[in-house]
Ligand binder design. Structure first.
Ligand code: UD1
Length: 415
């Protein structure tokens, strides 16, 4: 099993480039099932979650060919409707196959995604929406089985603006009869990217990026080429890396509008940030102050940046409070940060971080993707050497993290 080794690093400087977004690529890859033809996708990162999705698509008859970060997926034929346990159990995004399979095959049999270290993560909102669109639902033997003769547009209200449910229901509704309205929909940029991809193929989706998404069903979709948006969470992680080392540099291939909540928080803490069309400059050479954070659906502060800011706030002046409102158990990194000398207390869904701690390098374990990123950040400023195991979690969502960070001066390598 590989490990990441990090030694205390000087302030990071230079230019670092973001990859394509994992969370945008996954639903778009699932959506290729809807199109009888060859989709060409650009800016697809090399990550284990993406490789697992490609394995599932190939098993369903998709012909997937990768050339660097370009992928072509040909679903002229779809040969099945089952997503089996092994690949599904490796990543939650696999449940995004349900909507497209139900639409194309009239049936989707997906292994229950089950629990996850950061929370229970039920699928009730997805199922409620599928049922409103006319699907029959059965559960048994660890599988959820969805079937329908023909999906019919419906009005669906989501109790919570779930990203995955909004994506799954958009994909189920694009080829359904009539109009679907999703109320209290999620507004994340990844949803807009999915809708843009589908609209380029002839779908009629409007309202994406707001809390009400309208979809008018069309007869079929015409294959297209699409470039997936860049990874706003990777960008936020790099911004935090400059900040935690007191560094200064440029992050390229990022849409500043997608990282607004992170930019706003870092500016409040005293970092100087300049936004350009497709890049961001971060100057964190001044001492940063503490901050209070509440994670919320977009455009609120992303839950996917909570762990990285937990590490950053250990280094700032004063006490900070983080309230995690999206996932009930997303503080797995806290014990590991405390092992490195942090002083973080958890009280229900909040954590209280006493800042100005001198972190010290230790052996620690990544239990989940973003928690793993927080340990990398802590390792950059901790005295001595940090050894992180559980690297497979980090590889799910960061393309070449060690290589990219070392290119801006981090003392980090993969062993
Ligand atoms: C997506 C992202 C993940 C991010 C999360 C929130 C992908 C592949 N993953 O996950 O990185 O952290 O959005 O921004 O895009 N919920 C229900 N019932 C449901 C569905 C969700 O109660 O049927 C709850 C969840 O348990 C959670 C909350 O809604 O508490 C948000 O989950 P959701 O937005 O669905 O996250 P994902 O789509 O799984």
């Amino acid at each position: 099993m590989s490990k990441i080794i990090i030694k205390k690093s000087d302030p990071l400087t230079g230019r670092i480039c973001c990859s394509g977004s994992k969370n945008a690529a996954l639903p778009i890859l699932a959506a290729t099932i809807l199109t009888k033809g060859r989709s060409r996708l650009y800016n697809i990162p090399r990550l284990s979650d993406i490789e697992n999705m490609l394995e599932l698509l190939s098993g369903l008859g998709g012909k997937c060919v990768r050339e660097g970060n370009i992928l072509t997926v040909d679903f002229s034929e779809c040969r099945g409707y089952t997503a089996p346990y092994e690949p599904v159990s490796k990543f939650r995004g696999s449940f995004l196959l349900a909507g497209p399979l139900l639409s194309r095959m009239g049936r989707a049999r997906i292994s229950m995604p089950g629990g996850c270290p950061i929370g229970n993560r039920p699928i009730d909102l997805h199922l409620k929406g599928f049922s409103a669109l006319g699907a029959e639902i059965e559960n048994g033997h660890g599988y959820v089985d969805l079937s329908c003769k023909r999906l019919k547009g419906a009005k669906i209200y989501l109790d919570f603006p779930s990203v995955g449910a909004t994506e799954n229901l958009i994909m189920a509704a694009v080829l359904a009869d009539g109009e679907t309205v999703i109320e209290n929909a999620a507004a994340e940029p990844e949803i807009t990217d999915l809708a843009d991809f589908l609209n380029q193929q002839g779908a009629l989706i409007s309202g994406m990026g707001s809390d009400t998404v309208n979809i008018i069903g069309v007869k079929d979709l015409i294959p297209c080429s699409h470039s997936v948006i860049s990874d706003r969470i990777e960008a936020g992680t790099f911004m935090s890396a400059f900040a935690i080392t007191g560094g200064c540099g440029e992050i390229t291939n990022v849409n500043p509008l997608h990282v607004k909540p992170v930019t706003a928080k870092l500016s409040e803490m005293g970092a100087k940030i300049q936004e350009h069309e497709n890049s961001i400059n971060v100057d964190a050479r001044a001492h940063l102050s503490s901050a209070n954070i509440k994670t919320l659906p977009f455009p609120g502060f992303p839950t996917d940046m909570q762990a990285q800011f937990s590490a950053l706030l250990c280094e700032t002046e004063g006490t900070s409070i983080i309230v995690e409102t999206v996932f009930e158990n997303r503080f797995l990194h806290v014990g590991e940060l405390n092992r490195m000398g942090a002083n973080i207390r958890i009280d229900g869904r909040s954590s209280v971080i006493e800042g100005n701690k001198k972190l010290s390098g230790s052996k620690v374990t990544a239990f989940d993707l973003r928690g793993g990123a927080s340990l990398v950040l802590a390792g950059l400023c901790a005295c001595g050497e940090t050894e992180i195991s559980g690297v497979e979690h980090i590889n799910r969502g960061y393309e070449n993290l060690c290589g990219k960070l070392s290119s801006i001066g981090a003392n980090i390598f993969l062993e």
